[in-house]
Design a protein around this ligand. Structure first.
Ligand code: ASP
Length: 541
């Protein structure tokens, strides 16, 4: 450690520097390595995924390793809940005054992503679920070829997600001299470690996209992905990462994070219409054994040839009568399917569902997800395909306006007024402020790092807390002392508030468990509700 005077530091100075170092807050991020070019190395049969990414590619690079003493991080590695200590690394302090403390968890079999399927998606979802309470965010390293499909699938599989899940990869391996892997991974780590964007996202070439809106647009350019029907959720510049907060989706229910893993990709298909396509061809696909859903890529605003005597429309209508769900998406990069022309209108009359502005990747994975849900009927699936579940489409009736950015003083003012209304238990006033405020306030922090959810966690009115959780306020943000709203509610002895927060997916952060355990000795009841057991171990519920 160098001293300010350039001489080697004395013990007191060393201790002081160490204390300063320790005072820097940290975010905990789990990197899940599934394979892809980012970790590949050359072999006689071409580039193949290689193990040892953390040691080979990150440990030696100062931007990924600040050189702080080695420490271990617990990772839950299998269905039995086995916890393994993994060597971890820390980034240097970021522009946001934090360090990202992380470890890489490598899957047993690393894939070229062209071979991934629903089983691979389930493995990723389970790894996130098992480690959900141990980390603040997740970065998934994945090949680029099928990345947009995986992002879309995961967005449906991860329900009531309250933390960022950022997928990335690269066009050139990390160990190549000129690569995009370094920037893509570093940008993803910064987003996952600093911004409460509780969505499945894709970070590439300095832009953060909603995962289920993105498509691969280039086979070798560094700008490999785009999200033509939805602006980026964030953009990284040389100064900072600018988040487009009004676009960010938040879970608006009082439910825990959970996953669905059994997507039915084996009974769905995708067919691209072309001039001259014969109804018999389409019919042959629709008569594939066990087929339950078809994504039809049509022309322009959703038009397909009707065939002689409307033969094509008849083939489609017959299949729908047999219980097959057919979804209409456009072959165009941008725009939406809408019945403005006669051919599009006749498809919709035949029962073909308008996929609006969904990508093919989103439509196919959404269909696989909905068809696999228990008790799903073709009618219900067809109806749900036109409704936005995770921001994957723009609903026609949804007003498409954007608010201007709030200037800082105005925001601070609104936050203060909201704070007073919470303290006074005035639900009506709280509702008024939240509804009228054009800037997203609920995840904003005051001078001590408390968000409105922190304030509501100890307010006299539980209805205010409930209202704000239903608006999508995060239960995971921590104040300047590193405390979650759950910690504050338990510390105040408010059992009802604790139960409501737990119901909404809140859990104590690993950094606050030691303090919670001490406090639990005096008030075991309320702390038990907050998740502290007498024989403390890592919590995964
Ligand atoms: N074939 C590679 C993969 O998808 C391509 C990449 O990662 O860019 O795994």
């Amino acid at each position: 450690m160098a001293s300010l005077t350039g001489q080697s530091p004395g013990l007191a100075e060393q201790l002081q520097l160490q204390l300063l170092e320790d005072a820097i807050p940290e975010s905990r991020v789990l990197i899940i390595m599934t394979g892809g070019t980012i970790c590949m190395r050359p072999s006689p049969s071409g580039f193949v995924p290689a193990r040892g990414f953390q040691e080979q590619c990150l440990a030696r690079v100062p931007t990924f390793n600040n050189g702080s003493p080695a420490s271990m991080m617990d990772v839950v590695v299998n269905a039995a809940g086995e916890v393994r200590a993994h060597p971890s690394l820390r980034t240097p302090q970021t522009a946001y005054g934090r360090r990202v403390h992380y470890t890489v968890f490598e899957f047993e079999e690393l894939l070229d992503s062209s071979s991934i399927d629903a089983k691979g998606w389930a493995e990723i979802a389970r790894a996130v679920e098992r480690n959900y309470t141990l980390f603040d965010g997740f970065v998934i390293l994945h090949g680029t070829d099928s990345l947009a499909y995986t992002c879309s699938a995961l967005s449906f599989m991860l329900q009531n997600l309250g933390k960022p899940v950022i997928l990335t990869g690269s066009q050139a391996p990390m160990l190549e001299l000129q690569n995009d892997a370094t920037d893509n991974l570093l940008g993803s780590l910064v987003v996952a470690g600093h911004f409460m964007i509780p969505e499945v996202c894709l970070y590439f070439n300095n832009r953060l996209f909603r995962g289920n809106r993105s498509i691969k647009v280039a086979a070798s350019d560094f700008a490999a992905f785009d999200s033509p029907n939805c602006p980026p959720l964030a953009v990284t510049t040389s100064m900072r990462t600018n988040v487009n907060w009004e676009l960010v989706n938040r879970p608006r229910s009082l439910e825990h994070f959970r996953i669905t893993t059994n997507l039915d990709t084996t009974h769905v298909a995708c067919l691209r219409i072309f001039p001259g396509i014969k109804p018999e061809m389409v019919d042959a696909v629709l008569k594939l054994d066990g087929l339950r859903g078809l994504v039809l890529e049509t022309f322009g605003a959703g038009n397909a040839p009707s065939g002689q005597d409307n033969a094509m429309t008849k083939v489609l209508a017959d299949a729908i009568k047999r219980g097959i769900v057919i979804v209409n998406v456009t072959q165009c990069m941008t725009g939406s399917v809408s019945p403005v022309y006669a051919p599009g209108m006749s498809l919709s009359r035949a029962g073909v569902v308008a996929g609006l502005d969904m990508t093919t990747e989103a439509a196919l994975t959404k269909l696989s997800y909905l068809l696999a849900l228990p008790d799903s009927t073709p009618e219900w699936v067809a109806k749900s395909m036109s409704v936005s579940l995770r921001g994957e489409l723009t609903e026609v009736s949804q007003p498409a306006f954007r608010h201007p950015d709030g200037a800082l003083p105005e925001r601070v003012q609104s936050l203060t007024v909201l704070g007073y209304a919470i303290a006074q238990g005035d639900l009506e006033r709280v509702q008024e402020i939240v509804t009228q405020e054009h800037y997203w306030l609920l995840n904003d922090a005051d001078y001590s790092g408390n968000t409105p959810i922190h304030l509501a966690a100890t307010s006299q009115s539980i209805n205010i807390l409930q209202y704000m959780l239903l608006q999508g306020g995060s239960v995971h943000l921590r104040n300047q002392n590193g405390r979650t709203p759950l910690f504050l509610a338990a510390n105040a002895g408010l059992s009802e508030h604790v139960l409501l927060l737990r119901k909404s997916g809140a859990h104590l952060h690993s950094d606050e468990r030691a303090a919670a355990q001490l406090l639990a000795q005096r008030r075991p009841g309320v702390w038990r509700l907050a998740g502290i057991e007498r024989d403390e171990g890592p919590e995964n519920s």
